[in-house]
Design a protein around this ligand. Sequence first.
Ligand SMILES: *Cc1c(COP(=O)(O)O)cnc(C)c1O
Length: 363
Amino acid sequence: MIPFLDLNQINKPYLPAIEEASLRVLRSGWYILGNELKSFETAFANYCQVRYCIGVANGLDAIGLILRAYEFPEKSEIIVPANTYIASVLPVSYLNLIPVFVEPDPYSMLIDPAKIEEKITSETRAILCVDLYGRSCEMLEIAALAKKYNLKVITDAAQAHGAIYDGQKVGGIADATAFSFYPTKNLGALGDAGAITTNDPLLAERITYLRNYGSKERYKNEFQGVNSRLDEIQAAILNVKLPFLEAENARRRDIARRYLAEIKLPDLVLPPDDRIDQDAWHLFVVRHPDRAAFTGYLDQMGVQTNVHYPLPIHKQKAYATINHYNLPITEEIHQRVISLPLNPVLSDEEVSHIIETVNKYQQ
Ligand SMILES: *Cc1c(COP(=O)(O)O)cnc(C)c1O
């Protein structure tokens, strides 16, 4: 069986260095907001070619802290993609802001810039784009809209560490960008972790306080903040793994290139092939009209697949008040998508086996 993702194999090459780094933290007696976090924040900001990076507890908090820091009035409207993981939208809801869903471009499955403007009202304050599957949204078009209507651009790049758009790394493009280092991401910790990047010094400062109870100096609170800190052990582990992110993304791109060139199955829709060397290929998402039959076959043939995601946000029980929304492109995507295994530890032989197995499928 070729597993969809084997975290044991993913982390194996780094384990000796991770064990050493973790032990160093354990023995240091300093566990929260210390030098490991500082060096990771500097290194990740450099990697993203952006001025500031603030480590936080996870990707969900990263999105929520950006929204909090902007202090949008309650009931402000935030443009969000209808096709995304629920974590992109939950912070909008729990901060009493209103998510306004925009359908994806059927080709890229990312928010369709051509459908944003019709959703902008006098209450709109920001566009939250999600670089889903590892591909940057169309940031030139989105930035033009943001400028025209004086909106903030926030990116959820939880799946897009190292992706490039128009020559720029994701993380330095939007006004503020949220990252997750959940273990399965392109850059994964061995527990929960996240970060925010921005070029805006005031926003960076505010988020630095907000993640630590709103405190600038100990016991002096400027804001009603939260507890969302990236701990020293996870920061030390990320410091070990970050230098290898480029090489891992390069391996992902090589596999994506082979899938795109060699998979030939009439009914299967492949992901965009126009930016192979810019996309971060967190997932390789194909679409098939009979998903159950196709994934059943792959499973029988020893290829484990996954579905990102089976049920759209507006159809979730958690969003019962908007279950009636009609978002046909999003709904069709959720019925058809299948993620093939794509990760840096797949061997060339395994990639060949996956390609041959897919191509041999007969309805
Ligand atoms: C993983 C993910 C998140 C949430 O990150 P956590 O660290 O699990 O909170 C948010 N958005 C997207 C698109 C994700 O893939």
